[in-house]
Structures are given as C-alpha cells and as structure tokens.
Design a binder for this molecule. Structure first.
Ligand code: NAD
Ligand code: WQD
Length: 354
C-alpha cells in the first residue's frame, strides 16, 4: 500500500524516522514543520540513506490557512501523520497556555484544513503519558489501552485533549479514520550513524542525557529516585527503538485504509520494562566504559512504571517491536560519538563510505 502522506513535525526525531521509513516503503512524503526544534539538514540525511528527499514546507501547524495552501497545492495527499508539538513535560508546567495553543490548537487547525480538503485519515502522536500513574489502578501494569486516562501534567493533558477532539471529529464525520498512537519511550538512532535525535535546546530525556555524558558534554547523569518498587529501586520504562516506532506508523496507516476502524488507540511499546540502572548498564556496554552518575531525589511527576501491553498493536496492526535495547544503545552511541554537534556538522566521511 502506498500514497502521499503529509507529515507535520516531520523534521523532528520521530517524524524524520517515520518519513524515512515511508519513503523506503514507497510512499511520497510532504513535510510541514516550523523548525522550532529541528533542522532542515535532516532532509539531506534522509536522502543520503534512501535516495529520496521529502518535499518540505516551513509552516506553523497552528496556521490553518498555510496548511490549507499545502493541501491545495498537493491534492494527492491522502493521509496525515501529526507529530508537530511541544513535548517537554517540565516546560509545560511553566508555559501551559503555549502548550495548549500549539498542541491542541495545532490539532484543531489541522483537522479543519483536512476537513476542508477532503482528507479523512489521520495518525496522531499520542503518548503513554496520557495514562498518568497506572499504579493507581489495579491490574494495569503493564498498561493496556483500556487503562483509565489521567495525565498528571499540562503536556499530557494536551495529548489527552487532542485525542478527544480527534475522536469527536471522527464520530461526527462518517468516512473519517484515526489512529491514536500512544508511544512509550523512543530510543536509538539510525544504524548508519548519520541520523538521530538532535534537539535544539537542553535535552531532559534519559538517553540523550546519557549520550551527552558519554561524549563529555556533561559530567555525570543524575539518577532521579532510587526508592521505587523495582528490582534496583529506579523507575521502569519501556524503551522502543525509533525505527520500530516509525514502522508502527506505516502499519497504522495501512490499517486505517484497509479496515476503516474509525478512531482507535494503540500502544506502541515493546512490552519489556527497563530501569534507569538497566539503561546505564546497557548504554555503558555499548560505549565500552562505565558512565558517571549520581543518585538524587525522585523527579517531580515521575511514576514507577510505564511499560506497555503492546498486544493490541501486535494483533490488529500486524506490527511488533523487533530491535533490541542493546542495538538501540549501539546505534545511539554511533550517532552521538560521530556527530557531537548533531546536524550542525557534516557527517563523517567514513560513515558515508560505509
Ligand atoms: P521533536 O521535537 O523532535 O519533533 C517535533 C517537531 O515538531 C519538531 O521538528 C518541531 O520543529 C515541530 N514543531 C513544533 N512546533 C511546531 C509548530 N507550531 N508548527 C510546526 N512544527 C512544529 O519531538 P519528537 O520526539 O519527534 O516527538 C514527535 C511527537 O511525538 C510529538 O507530538 C511528541 O509529543 C510525541 N511523543 C514524543 C515522545 C518522545 O519521548 N520523544 C513520546 C511520546 C510522544
Ligand atoms: C526516563 C526515566 C526518569 C533523566 C517523558 C515524558 C513522556 C514521553 C517520554 C513525550 C525516568 C529517569 C531521566 C535523568 C533520570 N514524552 N531519568 N535522570 O519521563 O519516562 O517520559 O519522555 O510524550 O511523555 O514524560 O522519560 O527519558 O525523561 O525519563 O534518572 O537525567 O529516566 O526519572 O524514570 P519519561 P525520561
């Protein structure tokens, strides 16, 4: 199955890998992104890897008129994948209105432009964060999709609201289909070492921070909380390779087209939980030396365990995460060690020759 897909936020971390996998699978890709947290250079890296380059427009996703112009220029667009959003949990507690404006306002503008142009299929980047603390509900760890929703921060609430708006829109308009993909913790980079995560500001996620410790940009990692009820006291997450995650979007697009399921949520995770110490160990093994860390108090808002039950996606989408955590760590190390300045420097020649 192929077609032309509009990708909002397609120059970002997950969006760039999804664009790459779509091009490899034979789809045409049109990206809209305002480069708030990404760089246009990623388009060249995509082309280096697969020989094709996405069409790109610098567009703000809250600008419905600009989105409308892209749909008008490309009547061949048949589906949308909506990644564009702000995603820092801590920042969302300081600038909640900005998060609602872009994450909720962006979804509303996009649905309006799609509706006006007869495009009725959307895959939405949701997050495991919509579940909040699943330990509050008996029998909900690992987390299935029917776990009650209860985000604990403004960022999570923007995702919950966007899910609800999409669901209501699909309900109101027969012929529409939507996949709400609840990602667990994306990890890794491209095995070539020329594409990976390159946030423009300071990262706050565990793996990019570990990467910075490994390349010497940061002295040590702070381990937030050693008194959780896990095997080593640190919190548990479900780390999924970004390429597996990207492929989940292609499976979801195919499902929407083939079965007209209406609006449905799918967890995208591996089903396997790892603690912070497990991750330090796995990444240290990939790097080949111990990485410095220090223990600290729990981070506000963190929960013990966010591990997916990925059964619904496995069965209904025919998709399964396949790449190991060890491989994700090796790929991440290849990316950060070869590109300490991310996309702001050309890729090393030996990687291009490989
Ligand atoms: P990212 O920041 O790398 O990518 C988001 C992209 O959206 C960036 O390229 C950014 O420039 C763009 N963008 C931001 N505001 C925009 C606007 N107003 N108009 C147009 N473009 C805009 O983040 P990511 O990790 O690739 O996340 C992609 C999506 O997945 C987001 O919706 C995020 O909330 C969701 N998500 C991410 C994670 C994670 O841990 N990375 C987990 C679950 C869900
Ligand atoms: C993972 C674990 C930390 C940094 C967040 C969002 C979620 C999703 C993914 C978008 C936790 C610990 C971290 C550090 C640490 N994003 N940690 N030291 O919090 O699971 O999820 O990103 O949707 O919505 O909430 O990811 O990578 O920040 O943390 O000990 O310096 O690593 O406490 O247990 P998290 P994370």
């Amino acid at each position: 199955m192929t077609g032309t897909i509009l990708i909002t936020g397609g120059t970002g971390y997950i969006g760039s890998f999804t664009s790459l996998e779509l091009l490899i699978a034979g789809y045409n890709v049109i990206i809209v992104d305002n480069l708030y947290n990404s760089s246009e250079e990623v388009l060249n890296r995509i082309q280096l890897i697969c020989g094709r380059k996405p069409v790109f427009y610098n567009v703000d996703v809250t600008d419905q008129q600009a989105l409308d112009a892209v749909f008008k220029k490309h009547p061949e667009i048949d589906s949308v994948i909506h990644f564009a959003a702000l995603k820092a949990v801590g920042e969302s507690t300081q600038k909640p209105v900005e998060y609602y404006r872009i994450n909720v306002g962006g979804a509303v503008a996009l649905l309006g432009a799609m509706q006006a142009n007869g495009v009725k299929s959307i895959v939405f980047s949701s997050s495991a964060t919509v579940y909040g603390d699943a330990t509050l509900h008996e029998g909900m760890i690992p987390i299935p999709e029917h776990c009650p929703i209860g985000p604990t921060n403004p960022y999570g609430r923007t995702k919950m609201m966007a899910e609800m708006i999409i669901e209501d829109h699909v309900e109101a308009h027969p012929g529409w289909n939507a996949a709400l993909l609840r990602y667990f913790n994306p990890a890794g980079a491209h095995p070539s070492g020329i594409m990976g995560e390159d946030p423009l500001g300071d990262p706050y996620n565990l793996l990019p921070l570990l990467g910075q410790v490994a390349v010497g940009r940061r002295e040590k990692l702070m381990v937030y909380g050693t008194d959780y009820g896990s095997h080593d006291g640190t919190a548990i997450r479900d780390y999924i390779h970004v390429i597996d995650l990207a492929k989940g979007h292609i499976a979801a697009l195919a499902k929407l087209k083939k079965d007209n399921p209406g609006c449905r949520a799918w967890n995208l995770g591996t089903g396997k939980g790892s603690t912070v110490f497990d991750m330090i160990k796995a990444f240290s093994a990939a790097v080949g030396r111990d990485l410095k860390y220090e223990t600290a108090e729990r981070r506000k808002g963190d929960v013990l365990d966010l591990t997916a039950v990925p059964k619904r996606a496995n069965e209904e989408l025919g998709w399964k995460a396949e790449i190991t955590l060890e491989q994700a760590c090796v790929d991440l190390w290849r990316w950060v060690s070869n590109n300490p300045q991310g996309y702001r420097q050309p890729p090393p020649q030996e990687l291009l020759d490989a």
